[in-house]
Design a binder for this molecule. Structure first.
Ligand code: MRU
Length: 347
């Protein structure tokens, strides 16, 4: 089954509301840029490539709302929309990457009538969506040399159809493996505090008839010790020039456990997730989120005493040396480091 995570219908950005899954499949319609911003901020739409695509459509929507009579006034609005949408979430670089593409295409066409520039921007947003679908399919193919029949694969957070507009990054690899009759089984960590693994990955995989078992995050080490896991595949939010990879909080712990148990840890991400301007993962901004997500989000009553301070970073960074390979739409980057990344991403 393929559902449309993000689409453009009747002059609105339409998103599957991921905060309602797995209980309800509900779509939200955003007719203003503020609604798109809020949908990204509150994780109605989430996952690095998906928020890039949503922001691109949000920017196209935003420019369509005004009637400017000069390019300089149009450009002012463009810059405002860029900064506003970019402020929704700081870690996934795909967001700023998509906004930059949108702004650049407008600037490159500045001599054209403003109405035409707006149409060109819509086309660019659609190109970003089409490109994401293609990239997911390429990553899925590129990873197959790493997957054997009956592999037991652990994954973290959600790097699937819900996190992209295509077949997913890490989960796309699993879908393709099973299309090739590899009979892969998945162990999905629930992914505290927002449970993207339990709520989203398990829903998505079971809906698509993949054998999936959920586990609490603190059970991952035990499962590896029992030799029940052959490899780990995760997505990424931002990859620095040296291969250090930011992904959902807990990815680092999983990678350390994997190293100890000699389980290969693979990252699957498109070229748009690389930020070659950053020398290392230390420079990646880490989003801090609300205390309520830990205190009470899933509970009928608060689970943390009122005066206790809460630490809630949404991402951590896996050092490149813990990553066996990064699977990109341009090919495999084994033993990721500055040179190996440059060699593969060059095209
Ligand atoms: O906070 P989220 O749900 O947006 O975090 C998402 C992740 O960490 C994903 O693993 C990452 O964006 C890759 S999605 C293909």
């Amino acid at each position: 089954m393929k559902f449309e995570t993000i689409s453009w219908k009747n002059r609105k950005v339409v998103l599957i509301d991921q905060t309602k899954l797995p209980g309800k499949v509900v779509f939200v319609e955003c007719s203003t840029v503020k609604q798109v911003w809020q949908a990204i901020k509150t994780l109605k739409v989430r996952g690095a490539p998906a928020i890039g695509a949503a922001a691109a459509l949000g920017m196209a929507l935003g420019v369509s709302k005004k009637n400017e009579n000069s390019f300089s006034v149009f450009q002012k609005n463009l810059n405002y929309l860029f900064d506003y949408l970019a402020s929704s979430r700081p870690t996934a670089v795909n967001l700023v990457w998509a906004l930059e593409r949108m702004r650049n295409i407008a600037l490159r066409n500045k001599d054209k009538p403003i109405d035409l520039i707006k149409q060109i921007m819509f086309k660019e947003a659609r190109n970003i969506i089409a490109k994401d679908k293609q990239s997911c399919a390429k990553m899925a193919d590129n990873a197959q040399s790493l997957i054997k029949k009956n592999d037991r694969i652990m994954t973290y957070c959600n790097a699937g159809m819900l996190a992209t507009v295509g077949m997913g990054t890490a989960l796309g690899v699993i879908y393709r493996a099973n299309q090739l009759a590899k009979n892969v089984k998945v162990f999905s960590c629930e992914t505290r505090p927002l449970l993207q693994g339990a709520r989203l990955t398990c829903w998505e995989l079971s809906t698509n008839k993949v054998d999936v078992t959920v586990l609490c995050d603190n059970m991952a080490g035990y499962l590896m010790q029992q030799k029940q896991i052959d490899k780990i595949f995760v997505g990424a939010d931002r990859i620095a020039a040296n291969g250090d990879t930011a992904n959902k909080i807990g990815s680092y712990s999983l990678a350390v456990l994997a190293k100890f148990h000699k389980v290969p840890f693979y990252v699957v991400a498109p070229a748009s997730t690389f930020d070659l301007n950053l020398a290392s993962g230390n420079q990646i901004p880490i989003e801090q989120r609300s205390a309520s997500e830990i205190r009470q989000n899933w509970y009928k009553r608060p689970m943390v005493a009122e005066k206790v301070k809460v630490y809630n970073p949404a991402f951590d960074v896996v050092p490149a040396k813990l990553i066996a390979a990064i699977i990109t739409d341009f090919g495999l980057i084994k033993a990721p480091d500055k040179n190996n990344i440059k060699r593969v991403l060059k095209p």
